[in-house]
Design a protein around this ligand. Structure first.
Ligand SMILES: NC(=O)c1ccc[n+]([C@@H]2O[C@H](COP(=O)([O-])OP(=O)(O)OC[C@H]3O[C@@H](n4cnc5c(N)ncnc54)[C@H](O)[C@@H]3O)[C@@H](O)[C@H]2O)c1
Length: 250
């Protein structure tokens, strides 16, 4: 049997690398799509399975089209799309610049929609596929940056609508919503002291008393793209150690 193919956007980042590692372990061929560092990331994982690095910007339709065409040309199919690329430029609504708002929505929400759009012809040809988008617990309780929270609430709306449209093609569409995970997503935004205080607040807010790790998110993704999850669609799975039930954590 031919190995299934997954595309992981933001594949050079912390969560993307963990997701790719688990999918490779599950027998997928994995295309790491990232606007920077995709080839290097693919090189680091090369010993663990069939990996392809694809430099692309998910917010640019031509770039998305070219990236999916490239994966189709190399492997001839896409079984699972993991929309994981994301950004959170700091801002408050009272001083928000429209460019910051648009940039956040372009990557976090328009990006997944474009990726889905350009995978549809392949899923039609293959008779099915899987979409898992990485949301965030902030879609429920809010977070620190309004454009980011709006984009992560938006991905739930996109998912719950796309699952109706794509269900007849045999495509499931779901969201995995993590809480704070210790990746460069956070380390690049704050100094060590601020970060340590956030780690403490998230740990205290968790009924389990612990932080979520990238591999926890990867395991939820691996389940949703597996045959075991064939009848789960339009769903949001929180991988948040229970912090999705806590009031806003700053
Ligand atoms: N780390 C957290 O605390 C946390 C919590 C909840 C949700 N998330 C979500 O998880 C996902 C992954 O985050 P991470 O923690 O691995 O962050 P990360 O910064 O380590 O990785 C994000 C990756 O996305 C890539 N990227 C950004 N813009 C892109 C674009 N336009 N086109 C292609 N690639 C692009 C970056 O180059 C980077 O490699 C994001 O969607 C983020 O919103 C993260």
């Amino acid at each position: 049997m031919t190995a299934p193919v997954a595309i992981v956007t933001g594949g050079a980042g912390g969560m993307g690398t963990a997701i790719a590692t688990v999918l490779l372990d599950d027998g997928f061929r994995v295309a790491l799509l990232d606007r920077r560092g995709a080839q290097e990331a693919a090189g680091r994982l090369a010993g663990t399975g069939e990996v392809l690095g694809v430099e692309a910007d998910v917010s640019d339709e031509e770039s998305v089209r070219a990236a999916i065409d490239h994966v189709d040309m190399v492997w001839g199919r896409v079984d699972a799309l993991v929309n994981n690329a994301g950004i959170e430029p700091p801002h408050a609504v009272r001083s928000m610049e429209p460019d910051t708002w648009r940039a956040t929505l372009d990557v976090n929400l328009t990006g997944p929609a474009l990726m889905i759009k350009h995978c549809v012809p392949l899923w039609r040809r293959q008779g099915g596929g899987r979409v898992v988008s990485i949301g965030s617990r902030v879609w429920l309780g809010g977070g620190v940056t309004p454009a980011y929270a709006a984009s992560k609430a938006g991905i739930v709306g996109l998912t719950r609508t796309a699952c109706h449209e794509l269900g007849p093609l045999g495509v499931t569409v779901n969201v995995v919503a993590p809480s704070f995970v210790d990746t460069s997503f956070n380390t690049q935004k704050a100094d060590a002291g601020v970060l340590e205080a956030r780690v403490d607040r998230f740990t205290e807010a968790s009924p389990l008393g612990r932080l979520v790790e990238p591999v926890d998110v990867a395991h939820a993704v691996a389940f949703l793209v597996s045959e075991r999850a064939r009848n789960i669609t339009g769903e949001v799975i929180h991988v948040a150690a229970g912090t999705q039930l806590a009031p806003t954590i700053q």
